[in-house]
Design a protein around this ligand. Structure first.
Ligand code: ACO
Length: 330
């Protein structure tokens, strides 16, 4: 069974409730209908009820089984606005501004998550990455023990001799431009958690660098070593090692030469990049040159799963990411 089929099977068994705040966006609406037909999750669409129904009628879509909430007329608006004001007043938020902000479905959706009225959220077909991320970072914030939200990709490569049958988690490829060592340690811990929750099996985490075990000295390498030590202290049971060059991390024969004592080198299935330039370029290189499937970005470290779609997404991307989001839910 391929990765996405497995994710969908597991999502079906969990039956989580996922909010799609862009309810009048056509790909989102079609994705919601397909996910409901496939029983991947219970879907809540945010949007004007008449507008959603009109769009569904035009496209001949059945909204059976889908809940639609009209943010503008919701009786929760005032409660959420007050909660948001309390959360943000130290940042200069006023009640009036909070009331206005709560009319934005991204913020309303996050407040639903905070109030346990749903399990996860997926947006971004209309909104930018920054807007989706900021709305969640200002409300639900991070999981206990994690202070840094990051973005991972499941990379399905054709070379089944590498990683777990060719499958890897790459991170951070989407969020933190220049993480410090503490943030890099958080990214590594989140990537390990994503690997175990989405793919199953044990994570073997490589902290990537241009140096392997002291072969080069530079402050950028020191940052990776420091991050490794922080992550090891936080999760002593985790299989994690560094600093490792990419070849030492994933190729057993190179690992034998460059890092013979490492229990991760040569067999890593989670690759943690030292910064966003490396991570973002790295996943795209593998996607384009190796013809790998890149599934994500999967946001990790949020108190509840919130994922960001590309504005160029397809209906299939929406359906797939609904399943991924459902699987991230506890
Ligand atoms: N983890 C946890 N909290 C964070 C993070 C993070 N990574 N980043 C920001 N925050 C918090 C801040 O502490 C702040 O909290 P506070 O307001 O309670 O004090 C809040 O979130 C807002 O932070 P700002 O700094 O005001 O937000 P900013 O405008 O910098 O936006 C963002 C944050 C959107 C994540 C920004 O860092 C960003 O744009 N990152 C790059 C995204 C990107 O373009 N990725 C590449 C494309 S994606 C792709 O190709 C797959």
């Amino acid at each position: 069974m391929d990765f996405l089929t497995q994710v969908k099977e597991k999502a079906k068994a969990k039956q989580k409730t996922i909010i799609l705040p862009e309810g009048t966006e056509i790909r989102t609406l079609k994705g919601a209908v397909q996910a409901t037909e496939q029983q991947l999750a219970k879907i809540i669409l945010l949007g004007n009820i008449g507008a959603v129904q009109n769009l569904a009628n035009q496209e001949n879509l059945s909204l059976d089984g889908i809940t639609i909430i009209d943010v503008a007329s919701s009786d929760k608006l005032e409660q959420y606005a007050e909660q948001f004001y309390e959360l943000r007043k130290h940042k200069g938020m006023t009640l009036e501004k909070a009331q206005e902000t709560m009319r934005n479905p991204l913020y309303f959706g996050n407040m639903m998550l905070m109030n346990n009225e749903a399990d996860g959220m997926l947006a971004g077909a209309e909104n930018t990455t920054g807007d989706v991320l900021r709305s969640a970072l200002q409300t639900i914030k991070t999981k206990p023990g994690i202070n840094t939200v990051s973005g991972a990709f499941v990379m399905i490569t054709p070379d089944t001799t590498l990683g777990d049958n060719g499958i890897f988690i790459f991170g951070d490829c989407a969020v933190n431009p220049n993480p410090d060592s503490q943030q890099l340690a958080d990214i590594a811990l989140s990537c390990a958690q994503t690997k175990e929750s989405l793919l199953g099996g044990e994570a073997r985490v490589a902290m990537l660098s241009f140096s392997t075990k002291g072969s080069a000295r530079h402050e950028n390498v020191d940052k990776v070593i420091e991050a490794l030590n922080i992550a090891k202290t936080a999760a002593p049971e985790l299989h994690i090692d560094g600093e490792l060059q990419l070849d030492a991390a994933i190729v057993p024969s190179v690992a034998q030469t460059k890092a013979p004592d490492s229990n991760v080198a040569g067999t890593a299935n989670v690759l943690v990049f030292p910064d966003l330039q490396a991570g973002n370029i790295g996943y795209k290189l593998v996607q384009r040159f190796a013809k790998a499937a890149a599934i994500g970005p999967i946001l990790q470290g949020m108190a509840k799963p919130v994922n960001d779609l590309s504005r160029g997404c397809s209906v299939q991307d929406v359906v797939d990411m609904i399943a991924v989001t459902a699987l991230q839910c506890e």
